[in-house]
Design a protein around this ligand. Structure first.
Ligand code: ADP
Ligand code: ASP
Ligand code: MG
Length: 409
């Protein structure tokens, strides 16, 4: 694989025109564009925003479950599809939806143009399947906006420094939207989805979960990386480093959603806990006799997103997403270390900026799990998070018990 040096966040070309006032980046997820009727509704929303005076850039995801269907199709044809070809295939879903939205906008009497990630100037590194954006060359978008068009950009994809089509990892259209908002100097980025905002727990699992008005970048990063799939983790990293405020809101209802922004004094009186986040599956590895520097260096080179790490004497335990398992296994075999892994664990995490200054959260977490008869295999913490790996079959119960114990409803 070729080595690419890159900046961790998208850089704007130095000769780019100055940030244009009134640029709005709006991102619509898969459920928001799931059928022709919904596509026409998205088109109307974009036309409305344009008529209200904004320069409008929209990022769309693939229709409904289209990406999942393409992934299954690949595996029906080939047991181990080449990552490059996989990206050629799964990037197609977003191209379809953005062309359809552009057609629907034309029917409403406005001019629109759809662009692939590559045409939109999204340049990535060469890691297929989870590429990182290294630069946004936005001149084509600026030109289209200058000629009064609404610009549709296919989410979740770019072109690599080796000129291949890449994808940004599942949920990556969020990252496309935030990177564009940063590069175009948009004041904020609107994420339209199938729930009215960020909730104190996944509203599909906890019906009494509360919508949050504001969440800090740090909290949202912890929530996303702990399993709240409502925003891609990488999108929040980019938003935080470029100070792009995010507004997560419903495609189907009017009304304010949740603002994600930098913490300030008005947020100091925040609730102790903002949310309980879960992940039903996460692979946990146990490695014996490896040097940590060598082990984690090799895992990083294989683009394995290591989460929790616990080291005691010669034993190292770490967790990583299920989808990274083939890469992790290959790496561990390559190192020739002795290792085992568990596939029966998930993770429940409590996240809250208020936790920093309040002791006792851990004690209450343990007491709650104990009285629910749930045993945590690993517990790890950050200043604003407590994460417990528990059996996958207990994850839902653990979320509900903790949500109730911390009175989040
Ligand atoms: P999109 O297709 O719009 O990108 P996603 O399916 O990626 O939407 O993300 C939205 C989903 O995230 C919601 O339907 C909800 O079930 C889930 N979710 C998980 N945790 C939360 C949370 N704390 N707040 C809101 N939604 C959450
Ligand atoms: N369609 C892609 C996915 O399903 C990207 C996205 O929806 O953000 O992961
Ligand atoms: Mg998503």
């Amino acid at each position: 694989m070729s080595e690419t040096t890159f900046e961790p966040v998208p850089a704007v070309e130095p000769d780019e025109p100055p940030a244009a006032a009134g640029t709005l980046v709006m991102k619509f997820g898969g459920t928001s564009v799931a059928d022709p009727e919904k596509i026409r509704r998205v088109a109307s929303r974009l036309v409305e925003a344009k008529r209200a005076g904004s320069r409008v850039v929209a990022v769309v995801s693939a229709m409904g479950q289209h990406t999942d269907e393409l992934v299954s199709l690949a595996h029906e044809v080939s047991p181990q599809p080449k990552p490059r070809e996989m990206d050629m295939l799964i990037s197609v879903g977003e191209r379809i939806s953005c062309a359809l939205v552009a057609m629907a906008i034309a029917d409403l009497g406005l001019d629109a143009i759809s662009l692939t990630g590559s045409q939109a100037g999204i340049v990535t590194d060469t890691v297929h399947g989870k590429a990182k954006i290294v630069e946004v060359r936005a001149h084509r978008i600026h030109e289209a906006l200058d000629s009064d068009r609404i610009v549709l950009v296919a989410g979740f994809q770019g072109v690599s420094t080796d000129f291949d089509i890449t994808t940004l990892g599942r949920g990556g259209s969020d990252t496309t939207a935030v990177a564009l908002a940063a590069a175009l100097g948009a004041d904020y980025c609107e994420i339209y989805t199938d729930v009215p905002g960020i909730f104190s727990a996944d509203p599909r699992l906890v019906p009494g979960a509360q919508k949050l008005d504001e969440v800090t970048f740090e909290e949202m990063l912890e929530m996303a990386s702990s399993g709240a799939r409502v925003l891609a983790t990488r999108s929040i990293e980019v938003a935080r480093s470029h100070n792009v405020r995010l507004h997560v809101r419903s495609t189907f209802e009017e009304g304010e959603g949740t603002w994600i922004r930098e913490e300030d004094e008005t947020m100091l009186e925040k609730a102790l806990i903002s949310g309980v986040v879960h992940q039903r599956e996460e692979t946990v590895y146990r490695v014996d006799g490896a040097r940590p520097a060598q082990l984690f260096g090799a895992l990083a080179n294989a683009s394995v997103n290591v989460d929790t790490i616990v080291q005691t004497n010669a034993e190292i335990v770490f967790s990583a997403p299920v989808e990274d398992k083939p890469d992790a296994e290959r790496t561990l075999e390559g190192l020739g270390v002795s290792w085992t892994c568990r596939d029966d664990l998930g993770k429940v995490s409590l996240v809250g900026a208020g936790m920093k200054s309040h002791p006792g959260v851990a004690a209450k977490t343990f007491a709650t799990l104990e009285s629910a008869g749930i045993e945590a295999a690993i517990v790890s913490t950050s200043p604003i998070k407590i994460a417990c790996h528990v059996p996958s079959s207990d994850v839902d119960r653990a979320v509900q018990a903790l949500h109730e114990a911390f009175e989040l409803a």
